[in-house]
Design a protein around this ligand. Structure first.
Ligand code: ADP
Ligand code: MG
Ligand code: MG
Length: 463
């Protein structure tokens, strides 16, 4: 591990086995928990959420760059969500061929026609990056995507620093242990939810967490809920419900969606009706339908066109520059087959992305050719965007996962930064960067995602 954990530790099998046991107990002790796959809706049996044995070295300058740009990304997402013409133009080709995005867009149009019911907007997002390795060995921060809907692991990542600190201490690496940063996205996310609740202005009203049918990752949102109870108790109630029922008999001030970003979440027309009902309601939606659309990969691609960022920040060239510096190459498939040809020639240089979330949807390598051959010459190709593949420097680490063998892996990491904002009418009342998330996966896997079972939780060790 370059400037990280020395080989004498990394390669000492006896020590590694001992540390793995220590690490798992530390994770359980700190509450880095997940329900088990077999019983995702019961807390009778829980296990540690998968995580790395050691933290991963991350260059300090790049880490700080990611934190520094976050409030600008918050502003950008919020501006996009208010720019109806931009959203319509950016998404017009996608909605012509992608049914799910089209359905969301239709809902958006309906809400605009009826008039927005609520002028308070709550944004909880996470901008994800990988560090692209340059030829000179330095790395450059490249955004993978921004999640405006159900960005998770702000809870569990508030608890992982103490786990790695402890492991490093036991390993005799006191200095590294002291370099693990504090992190508390849960508190920041809760602060924004509470602010939205307060502005809503009804003592009786509650915050509703709209949760998934299968709730393996429940402890992640419990931390946010717990922060709300702890710090804002007496100023309102917190509760949660499943996707099927709207909470009965209580006024809802804030709906926090942790469910509803995948087509599979909309199992019936009633589910779409429920989404519409919530969008129409007076509740503050996190996210509202416009902010949901602002987080699509198609919008991400359109933002890289010349002049688009300038339109959103007309008098702030330094903000434009800061945001643009994090853009990877993104290409439209709308303009004939030019991009298709480019990707077919060198598929390993790119990632092909449909408008989907949650991991496991992107297309890599030779499969890009298969898919593109199939949609070449047809408008179906417009459902995708093409992106330069980012190549982070691999780092060796052990991934701790229930029932998985303990082995040294070549790993790639993805850094996420949590941003929150609350807007009331024209006033940005709150705009913050509230913490980070490092996820690490074996380099064998192209795609990522902790919930998808590929990546595991990690901490940056600043170097
Ligand atoms: P999702 O919304 O499903 O999380 P992402 O765009 O984040 O979609 O892609 C999922 C995973 O695929 C990422 O976590 C990352 O591991 C990998 N990935 C995505 N884009 C790239 C890229 N441009 N270069 C390298 N890996 C990528
Ligand atoms: Mg992602
Ligand atoms: Mg995503």
């Amino acid at each position: 591990m370059a400037q990280g954990i020395p080989d004498e530790v990394m390669m000492n099998d006896t020590l590694i086995k001992e540390l793995a046991d220590v690490a798992k107990d530390a994770a359980l002790l700190q509450g880095v928990l997940m329900r088990i796959q077999e019983t995702p809706n019961s807390s009778e049996l829980v296990t540690y959420a998968p995580f790395t044995l050691f933290p991963t070295p991350v260059p300090k300058a790049v880490f700080l760059q990611a934190l520094a740009v976050q409030t600008h990304y918050n502003t950008l997402v919020d501006k996009i969500s208010q720019d109806t013409d931009f959203l319509e133009e950016a998404l017009s080709s996608t909605i012509a061929v992608d049914d799910f995005t089209a359905r969301l867009f239709k809902l958006h149009q309906q809400i605009l026609k009826e008039g927005r019911s609520q002028s308070i907007v709550l944004g909880l997002n996470r901008s994800d990056y990988m560090l692209d390795q340059r030829d000179d060995g330095s790395s450059s921060l490249k955004q993978i995507e921004i999640n405006t809907f159900a960005a998770s692991f702000g809870g569990l990542s508030s608890r992982t620093p103490d786990v790695h600190r402890h492991v490093l201490k036991v390993a005799g690496r006191l200095e590294e242990s002291q370099n693990i940063l504090d992190n508390n996205p849960a508190a920041g996310l809760a602060r924004a939810v509470a602010k939205a609740w307060e502005l809503y202005g009804s003592e009786r009203a509650v915050v509703m967490f709209l949760v998934e049918e299968s709730q393996r990752n429940i402890f992640d949102q419990r931390y946010i809920e717990s922060e709300l109870w702890k710090r804002y108790c007496g100023r309102g109630a917190v509760l949660e419900e499943t996707s099927q029922q709207l909470y009965d008999g209580q006024e809802v001030a804030v709906v926090y969606f942790r469910n509803g970003y995948m087509p599979q979440n909309y199992i019936s027309e009633q589910t779409w009706d429920a989404r519409l009902l919530m969008e129409r309601s007076l509740a503050v939606k996190c996210p509202d339908i416009s902010t949901h659309l602002a987080g699509t990969k198609k919008v991400q691609q359109v933002l890289t066109r010349p002049g688009v960022l300038e339109k959103f920040f007309p008098d702030q060239p330094q903000v434009v520059e800061q945001i643009r510096a994090t853009f990877a190459g993104l290409y439209t498939l709308d303009m004939g087959d030019k991009t298709v040809t480019m990707a077919l020639e060198e598929p390993d240089r790119y990632v092909l992305k449909p408008q989907r979330e949650g991991g496991g949807n992107n297309i890599y390598g030779s499969e890009i050719c298969q898919v593109l051959q199939g949609v070449k010459g047809s408008t179906e190709r417009m459902a995708y965007i093409l992106m330069d593949k980012i190549h982070p420097a691999p780092v060796q680490n052990y991934l701790l996962r229930r029932d998985a063998p303990l082995q040294l892996n070549n790993c790639l990491s993805e850094l996420g930064v949590f941003g929150t904002y609350v807007r009331q009418g024209k006033d940005m009342v709150m705009n913050e960067c509230v913490g980070h998330l490092l996820r690490t996966k074996s380099s064998e896997h192209s795609d990522g995602g902790v919930a998808a079972g590929v990546a595991v939780l990690d901490n940056p060790l600043l170097i």
